[in-house]
Design a protein around this ligand. Structure first.
Ligand SMILES: Cc1cc2nc3c(=O)[nH]c(=O)nc-3n(C[C@H](O)[C@H](O)[C@H](O)COP(=O)(O)OP(=O)(O)OC[C@H]3O[C@@H](n4cnc5c(N)ncnc54)[C@H](O)[C@@H]3O)c2cc1C
Length: 459
């Protein structure tokens, strides 16, 4: 087989984890190439909101939010059902501010706001200026290119040549097109030092999801269709250990009225769950503590077996300072002058709905504990028209499982020993989030562990 080229460090996957690794590796004066099956960089990172969870950021401090590494660790371990690796959690939490500052130094710009998602104890999510992962990907990609990283796009990783316990080369197909089952000739790229796997999660890999979970075959996904697990499968074959493959996160804030990730999460994730209520249209009863982590909310949604209605009012929308005009125009979110109109539209019994909303408002007014366990301290009543509703559903969003790594980002074998020159970071790795990843902690993880992988792999 023809050898295309030889590099000190070879990286597979050009999302935020891969780009972060590439930048750190090239900084160490080694030759670096990055292989990507798509025609351009970014993967799921590009279509993400780019929300990054940061402890003690300048934006948190300017709002006097009291936070600590310990508190973020506690939140991540609680959401993760304490099956996550505490050492890896500590690394991600303690370096969150460092990577946020690093991204700013490279040129990423953030909005002047701090949001809170389910399962976080305090607001700590920062959002790039255009509320898009593209803001981060573009900056990292341009920087990596300028520093001399070689990029091979439309280049599909097929396998790894692994001899004497060392990754010697990867086998790739160039001019790859996901829509065609291309039979292009395979070539190798030889590795002088290390191989880093940053090929992302498998949220669109129906076979792998079916193998590891009981989720319905037809469940939708927020991921790119190319988010598949062929790379981690190859690494497993040569002895890499997989961990938590059955932990597949559903995102409980998409709209049933659009496909994929869509626009709905702006209302669902940033407004309705943290500030509004989620009700079963059949009973008009709230179904869960809306601020709980994604797993708890998704399980409650699956339990009712139909869409859940995310309900807010004018006060909540204005207070959020988000512009939802696009969602209203596309009828993903609808507004109603009265609760009667809203009930009629969604087929909810008016009396049930009014009773439910009134009960919720009374809890807040009388400062009573919420029977569903939500902390109502800073919550507002739902009583100011217009009222807003979105038919919410849950979809595959994140795969917590993947290649098991140690704090140096080395891939471990089935006995827990590091494979000599093999590293992984980002969603291709597993063990950091356990049973449930908290919103905004994937981007943080990708930057922290990607940078570590890049630095150590180049040594
Ligand atoms: C719609 C959406 C919104 C999200 N929003 C947020 C958010 O706001 N905050 C947050 O923290 N998390 C968010 N997430 C999760 C987060 O975006 C991902 O976990 C993270 O971006 C993964 O980054 P990565 O670098 O590990 O992988 P990716 O960004 O997915 O990159 C992996 C790359 O590897 C490539 N690849 C895969 N297999 C091969 C192969 N065989 N050969 C060559 N290349 C290959 C892929 O094409 C892809 O480009 C969101 C996810 C989605 C889907």
């Amino acid at each position: 087989m023809k050898n295309l080229n030889t590099f000190d460090v070879v990286i597979v996957g050009s999302g935020i984890a891969g780009l972060s690794a590439a930048i750190e590796a090239i900084n160490a004066n080694v030759s670096v190439c990055l292989v990507e099956k798509l025609p351009s960089p970014g993967g799921n990172s590009l279509i993400s909101d780019g929300g990054i969870g940061v402890v003690n950021s300048d934006l948190q401090q300017s709002r006097s939010v009291k936070d600590s590494v310990e508190l973020l660790k506690t939140d991540m371990l609680r959401a993760g059902g304490h099956i996550n690796d505490p050492e890896l959690v500590e690394i991600v939490a303690s370096q969150s501010n460092e990577v946020y500052e690093w991204s700013k130094t490279l040129g990423v710009k953030y909005m002047d706001r701090v949001d809170i998602f389910g399962g976080h104890s305090v607001p700590r999510c920062l959002t790039p200026k255009n509320k898009s992962g593209r803001d981060i990907v573009d900056v990292l990609y341009q920087h990596a290119k300028k520093q001399g990283v070689t990029f091979y796009f439309k280049t599909m990783f097929d396998d790894v040549i692994f001899e004497d316990g060392i990754a010697k080369a990867i086998i790739v197909r160039q001019n790859y097109r996901p829509s065609h089952n291309s039979k292009n000739k395979q070539v190798t790229i030889s590795i002088n030092k290390s191989l880093i796997i940053t090929s992302g999660g498998f949220g669109s890999d129906k076979d792998l999801i079916a193998k590891h979970s009981n989720l319905p075959w037809n469940i939708e996904s927020t991921n790119l269709p190319t988010a598949t697990g062929e790379v981690i499968n190859s690494i497993e074959k040569i002895g890499g250990q997989l961990i938590h493959m059955e932990e597949i996160q559903l995102g409980p804030w998409t709209s049933v009225d659009e496909k994929g990730f869509g626009l709905g999460p702006l209302y669902g994730d940033y407004i309705a769950l943290p500030k509004g209520i989620l009700i079963d249209p059949k009973t008009a009863k709230r179904i869960v503590d809306e601020t709980a982590d994604r797993k708890i909310v998704s399980d409650a949604m699956l339990n009712i077996g139909r869409f859940a209605l995310g309900l807010t009012d004018d006060k909540i929308i204005k207070d959020s300072e988000w512009d939802i005009s696009k969602l209203l125009k596309k009828k993903i979110v609808r507004s109603f002058k009265t609760l009667d109109d809203l009930a009629l539209h969604y087929g909810i019994r008016v009396t049930y709905l009014k009773e439910s909303v009134q009960q919720y408002n009374e809890l807040i007014k009388q400062k009573k504990p919420d029977p569903l366990g939500k902390d109502l301290t800073d919550k507002t009543t739902i009583d100011t028209p217009p009222f807003y509703g979105m038919r919410m559903s849950t979809r595959v969003h994140h795969t917590m499982g993947g290649l098991r790594i140690n704090p140096a980002s080395q891939v471990l074998d089935r006995n827990g020993h590091p494979l000599k020159n093999l590293y992984a970071a980002g969603e291709a790795s597993g063990g950091i989030h356990g049973k449930s990843r908290l919103g905004s902690m994937a981007i943080t993880e990708c930057m922290v562990m990607g940078r570590i992988a890049g630095k150590t792999a180049a040594q």
